[in-house]
Design a protein around this ligand. Structure first.
Ligand code: ADP
Ligand code: ZN
Ligand code: ZN
Length: 815
């Protein structure tokens, strides 16, 4: 008898696989998708392994196959196992991003009366509580009802408890059915000439045809490969009756062909040759090409490259030419870009260089397009896959090169749901496994990447000069405004005199400005407006967060509470307060200060819809507004020629998030603003307002000094034991009841500390529990524990955290 180890698509409490027996006569291979029983349900499963011995004693039988051939390769299964081990998630969660789009099908619960309600008026044999009775009565009016329908009518919780009670009393039955398929292969009719027609043509014995029939017949004759229905419709209108007539005469052949819904419309894309590289570009490309041409076992050098060059220095051109070399060598490639830069222009730039060989995968494509692109890649019909982080899992057969553009971007870390992977980490693992080459590009590399490059783990490639608008072009002028001076000189507005005058000038000249607040989440720190002092936790050196409801300050790392200070401990000023502000407030203030200006706001509240980013950008580029207001997202608009001024309202906001990466984020953001190669901005300027102009992150950003910033930042990281020197894990417990939530967090922290003591995990630090930075999310309270050690995943791997806990290994941002 044969057995299979399955990863099952259902919440499981242990990370491993489940053993099933394979029914006789069923051929099953690793990587294949099957149906399998799980408790009372039938669930989807992916075959990990086939053997003659089950890993567990008692097994149930697989019900049937979903796919006849494996969906995942041997390499992908290995990678999933590694992801599950590294990020502490179930094996199914780990492989889920590798599955075809729309693969997910769940079993849906249906409720019916037991025994079937032959006599519907019959009273139930026991008396029921009013709420149970209501549901029971409702069920009596039908044969079978989806549970979700009951939940919508009676409420989720009430329905779920009632159903359990009614099942226990033997009054109702619950069965499961598989939800319907959402997307399928698309077919289209294809027409060609029949054998008989061809014979007629040869013998010149073609029967007489009407003029319209001749028109269609000639079309088919000109297309010996056949012609699709949609194309024929374009050539000959209203052709249905004619086709029927020709079919009757047995002159044409009709077939169903699969059509691939293609997201890239090549008819609008211009095919472009490679540019002649500048000498620095040439040097970078040579190093990458050398690795591509060297077998990994013979390569003495690291096969990961960190390409450091500001925007407009020609990084993308290097990617394009490295891709050409990879393709020439018969290798396949993955190109990852941040979600927000995946615009039609970006795609056109790649597709124009490699016509017909590029596939795109991202969530804004229609389900049909996603499904077909995935199939095209799987069938080997695309050589280059371009997309956001999830495109890393495209079914390419062993890519030979992976490129991650803007590698420092935070969207490369998956937050929810599991697997909470970092794209760079997984890509590195993949390139090691496949002997491939990894190229990381950025103007402001992630500290971790630069650290690795400094330590010889990556090859550092640098592009020192800009190519746009012309070679060696200088950067826009950046001015730093000290808001403490503004206040002491009597200006209480959120606009410094400099920024105010600059905006007036822009408006007078009918140019455009961008104003932004670099905030994400609710940064709410307490700052002294006279000296710039920020309230910090004494034990963690972390900015404290203001909680208006409790009128106190909380450390989100260790959980300590502090009173809200009335005077500044540094300069005794009474002007120490919460300076938080959102984009809405900024819009209001701007409207008051510049009533003549047309404003446009861009933040996550107004960009929920599909393509809404693009719409806002288009509106602004058509000059339908004078000032664009938003969070860091607006940094993308800096390339617009009409924009001659960028104002950062308060650079300190992102600097004072209780997160060890706050300095890095602030630097990246300001450097992006100050170093952006906008055509228009080259003549304009950037104004940065701050209460702490002496801060190293702000200073280095203004001087475009990445190495200077890195040197300071890495010293702090070392001093405070933060990554890349140690690794972090963040555990979050969430629950509707506050006290229960807190208790669970305290309990787990205790358990972890005991385990750490007993196993002698000397270097392991356990911080907290503390309220999570987002203290309440969708009605649930949240508490967190942070672990810091060389490898927290190792320590956590065999601990069963239980329900309600989530784990984030190498967290980015605040939990
Ligand atoms: P990055 O990716 O670093 O932002 P790009 O590769 O997009 O830089 O280059 C910026 C601009 O310079 C683009 O318009 C590009 O076409 C142009 N460019 C890049 N390399 C060259 C080159 N070798 N010669 C001329 N123009 C170039
Ligand atoms: Zn002060
Ligand atoms: Zn603290």
């Amino acid at each position: 008898m044969a057995f299979a180890e399955l990863a099952v698509n259902t919440p499981v409490l242990r990370p491993g696989s489940f053993s099933y027996s394979i029914p006789l006569g069923l051929e099953i291979k690793p990587g294949q998708a099957v149906w399998a029983p799980f408790g009372p349900k039938i669930v989807q499963g992916i075959v990990l392994e086939v053997s003659d011995q089950p890993a567990f004693g008692q097994t149930r039988e697989i019900c049937g196959v979903i796919s006849d051939t494996p969906l995942l390769s041997f390499h992908q299964l290995n990678l999933a196992a590694w992801i599950s081990q590294t990020y502490l998630c179930s094996i199914y969660e780990a492989l889920s991003p590798m599955l075809p789009p729309s693969f997910e099908r769940r079993s849906v619960a249906y409720i019916s009366l037991e025994p079937s309600p032959l006599n519907k008026s019959e009273k139930p044999p026991v008396t029921l509580s009013p709420s149970l009775q209501k549901i029971f009565d409702w069920l009596q009016t039908r044969d079978i009802t989806p549970q979700t329908e009951l939940e919508n009518i009676f409420g989720k919780k009430t329905t779920q408890t009632a159903i359990l009670k009614l099942i226990n009393q033997g009054l109702i039955n619950r069965t499961y059915q598989i939800s319907p398929v959402r997307t399928q292969t698309k077919f289209e009719k294809h027409f060609g000439l029949s054998e008989q027609a061809l014979a007629f043509i040869k013998d010149q014995t073609l029967p007489k045809l009407s003029p319209r029939q001749t028109e269609v017949f000639e079309c088919l004759r000109e297309n010996p490969q056949g012609i699709s229905k949609s194309r024929l419709n374009l050539l000959v209108k209203n052709n249905a009756a004619i086709l029927k007539a020709l079919e009757k005469k047995e002159l044409i052949l009709t077939e169903e062909h699969q059509v691939f819904r293609q997201p890239i419309d090549y008819s609008h894309i211009e095919t472009l040759p490679h540019l002649k590289l500048s000498p620095p570009q040439e040097k970078c490309l040579e190093s990458i090409n050398r690795s591509l041409n060297t077998p990994p076992e013979d390569d003495q050098n690291p096969r990961t490259f960190l390409l450091h060059g500001i925007t407009g220095s020609g990084k993308t051109e290097i990617y394009l030419q490295a891709l050409a070399e990879a393709l020439r060598l018969g290798k396949k490639a993955i190109v990852l870009v941040p979600e927000i830069s995946l615009t039609p222009q970006t795609i056109a730039r790649f597709a124009g260089r490699f016509p017909g060989r590029v596939a795109v995968l991202h969530s804004r494509l229609s389900p049909g397009e996603q499904f077909d692109e995935w199939q095209r890649i799987k069938n080997g019909q695309a050589d280059i896959v371009i997309g956001p982080r999830s495109a890393l899992f495209a079914p390419l057969d062993k890519p030979g090169i992976i490129i991650i553009d803007e590698e420092h971007e935070w969207t490369y870390k998956q937050q929810n749901p599991q697997p909470r992977y970092h794209t760079r980490t997984v890509a590195l693992k993949m390139t090691e496994e496949y002997g491939a080459v990894l190229v990381l590009g950025s103007a402001t590399p992630d500290i971790d990447s630069y650290f690795k490059a400094q330590n010889g783990l990556y090859q550092l490639l640098e592009l020192p000069e800009r190519l746009t608008p012309y070679r060696g072009a200088s950067l826009p002028k950046t001015e730093l405004v000290d808001m403490r001076t503004e206040l002491s000189e009597g200006n209480r507005s959120i606009f410094s005199r400099n920024l105010h005058a600059s905006i007036e000038k822009v408006l007078a000249k009918h140019e455009q400005a961008i104003l932004f607040i670099n905030r994400r989440g609710g940064a709410s720190f307490i700052q002294c407006r006279d000296c710039g002092y920020v309230a910090m936790c004494k034990s963690c050196d972390t900015p404290l967060t203001y909680h208006p409801d409790q009128e106190n300050l909380v450390c989100h790392q260790c959980g300590r509470h502090y009173p809200n200070p009335l005077t500044c401990p540094n300069c005794k000023s009474r002007r120490i307060k919460y300076l938080g502000m959102g984009t809405q407030k900024l819009e209001e203030e701007t409207g008051l200060a510049f009533p003549q200006a047309k404003l446009l706001r861009w933040d996550s509240d107004v960009t929920k819809g599909k393509d809404s980013h693009q719409q806002i950008m288009d509106k602004f580029s058509r000059h339908q507004a004078d000032i664009l207001i938003g969070t860091q997202m607006v940094a993308k608009g800096l390339d617009l020629p009409g924009v001659t001024l960028v104002g950062v309202i308060n650079a300190d906001i992102s600097l004072n998030l209780p997160d060890f990466r706050a300095g890095e984020r602030t630097f990246q953001l300001l450097a992006q603003v100050a170093g952006r190669a906008g055509r228009g901005l080259a003549g304009g300027k950037v104004v940065i307002q701050t209460y702490t102009p002496e801060n190293y992150a702000i200073q280095s950003a203004v001087c475009h000094d990445y190495p200077g910033f890195y040197a300071k930042e890495i010293a702090y990281r070392r001093e405070l034991n933060n990554p890349p020197f140690q690794k972090l894990a963040c555990l979050v417990f969430s629950h509707l009841n506050h006290d229960f939530c807190q208790q669970q967090a305290i309990l787990l922290a205790q358990t972890l500390r005991e385990k750490a003591d007993s196993t002698g995990s000397g270097t392991l630090e356990i911080l907290g529990p503390a309220p999570a930075f987002i203290q309440r999310l969708r009605g649930r309270y949240r508490y967190q524990i942070i672990l810091r050690s060389p490898n927290p995943a190792n320590f956590l791997r065999d601990i069963n955290l239980g329900q309600g806990w989530s784990i984030d290994i190498d967290p980015y941002g605040l939990c």
